[in-house]
Write a protein that binds this ligand. Structure first.
Ligand code: EAX
Length: 332
């Protein structure tokens, strides 16, 4: 009898070892694809490196991360769709197209909502930020961490822009974001929504006259090659988010999911540091590359011009979220 039990135990143990072996082997081969639209010199790539280093270290190599840069997996809207159907595992994206999937995030895209990097980061790191990350779960997405793109500024190939009137008739590429489009319409420009991977060629060919993006993106994309004028309007803070695919993440253990969360947090931190560095050094670099930079812009008329975007937003989505953001920002 005892002999039988022993044999039984032995069989079970061997079985367990075999299963664990298979599991480890499967994990060893588990390649995680990570996509974003920017170049390998960008702040997103710095974040992707931190994600890769952290996940591979915590999992002891059970996961390997492969980064796909420059929109090689598509634009941000396409990649978010990719997360929903499992064709990509992790995406670092601006909130540009996110409101199309998770309308609760539109509030973050309101112009002149945040006053400073410190304030924006503080709000996104608050409970309210966590709540918004969790909302992703209701839309077949997993919100892993708030990262950063930066305060957006206007560039164009036609003329120096110092007032909203100067944007009159300018064809400005915006992200595929209803709030941004409305803000530029109110300013007097002609907004043209477009996915980021199409933007450089559109500027080069003159399909659009201008675009708006943070210093980080203007530097990483060599926009000075196709844009002569930069106006430091800082008209909107552009959050980025590290999103995961529930198709991958829901199948993982709690411990494994926690590694992804830690990797995303490390990614966001590294990206924010790089954004801060480029905020200090980027404008000089752009000037060196021939851009005419308008720095001393009176933003009050811009704020006034885009005010109707707030009314349109609140008439559609109510005031509650906006009030909560302002309240949190006030205590930051
Ligand atoms: O997220 O589309 C944009 O202008 C974004 O700022 C860019 O893809 C980085």
């Amino acid at each position: 009898m005892s002999k039988h039990v022993t044999r039984q135990a032995l069989v079970t143990t061997i079985g367990a070892i075999a299963t664990t072996g298979i599991a480890l082997q499967a994990h060893a081969a588990m390649e995680v694809s990570l996509g974003h639209t920017l170049s390998s010199t960008s702040h997103y790539s710095v974040g992707a490196d931190a994600f890769k280093e952290t996940l591979e270290r915590l999992s002891d190599g059970a996961f390997t991360v492969t980064e796909h840069t420059s929109g090689s997996l598509g634009g941000e809207r396409e990649m978010i769709e990719g997360l929903q159907i499992g064709t990509v595992d992790v995406v670092i994206t601006s909130t540009g197209p996110l409101g199309n999937f998770v309308p609760e995030t539109y509030v973050l895209d309101l112009p002149f909502l945040f006053e400073s990097y410190d304030q924006a980061r503080c709000v996104l790191d608050s409970e309210l930020g966590d709540e918004l990350l969790e909302k992703m779960g209701e839309h077949d997405l997993t919100g892993l961490a708030w990262s950063e793109n930066g305060f957006r500024h206007l560039t164009n190939s036609r003329r120096e822009v110092a007032t909203p009137e100067d944007t009159d008739g300018l064809r400005v590429r915006t992200m595929e974001n209803a709030v941004h489009q409305e803000a530029f319409r109110q300013m007097g420009a002609r907004p043209t929504p477009m996915a980021f991977p199409e933007l450089f060629t559109a500027l080069q060919q003159g399909t659009v006259d201008g675009q708006e993006n943070p210093i980080t993106v203007i530097v990483a994309t060599n926009f000075w090659e196709v844009q002569d004028y930069l106006s430091l309007t800082g008209h909107v803070y552009s959050p980025a988010i590290v999103l995961g695919s529930p198709i991958l993440l829901d199948g993982l253990s709690d411990e494994e999911r926690d590694w992804f969360a830690q990797a995303a947090a490390a990614s966001a931190e590294a990206t924010r540091e790089e954004v801060s560095r480029l905020e200090r050094e980027g404008v000089a670099l752009l000037e060196e590359n021939g851009m005419t930079v308008k720095t001393d812009i009176d933003i009050a008329p811009f704020q006034q011009a885009v005010e109707p975007a707030y009314e349109i937003f609140t008439s559609q989505y109510g005031t509650e979220m906006l009030e909560r953001i302002r309240e949190t920002a006030g205590s930051c």
